[in-house]
Ligand binder design. Structure first.
Ligand SMILES: [Zn+2]
Length: 144
């Protein structure tokens, strides 16, 4: 269930996560992220149709990354900004992806919270700027 969070899968999934493009299996219709060789549901060699994801979903689980033990991709940023929240987001289309949370405090997060993706600068390191998908709490359009 948590296979998407393992480091090898995590690294392999980076381009798909940033583009929010998934693979819809032609055999069974399952939505696959990352686009592996075999469908995660039916196990057939994946012949897929690209599927643009809505970027909306709910928090499945979350953690706050503090110094030590973060995925390699985040270690540079971690050194720059310290602790920050990371969530496993279950997208409306079904797949779960790992992403940083933004526009919220760690104590606002809870399982089941509606979230939406936002394209943000992740960090700036010397001359390199990294961009990627982050998630933020979905704000109702007419909340009072
Ligand atoms: Zn399938």
């Amino acid at each position: 269930m948590m296979a998407y969070v393992s480091v090898p899968n995590y690294a392999r999934s980076i381009p798909q996560r940033y583009a929010l493009i998934a693979a819809k299996c032609r055999a069974c219709g399952a939505v696959n992220i990352p686009r592996g060789v075999n469908c995660r549901r039916c196990g057939k060699t994946l012949e897929y149709e690209p599927l643009k994801l809505s970027g909306k979903g709910k928090i499945y689980s979350f953690t706050v990354i503090s110094r030590g033990g973060s995925p390699p991709e985040f270690s540079t940023q971690q050194n720059l900004v310290g602790a920050y929240p990371v969530a496993v987001v279950e997208l409306n289309e079904g797949p779960r992806i790992v992403a940083q949370m933004t526009d919220c405090k760690a104590d606002e997060l809870r399982i089941g919270l509606d979230v939406e993706s936002t394209f943000r600068r992740i960090y700036e390191d010397d001359s390199m700027i990294r961009y990627g998908i982050k998630f933020r709490p979905a704000r109702p359009p007419s909340s009072t």
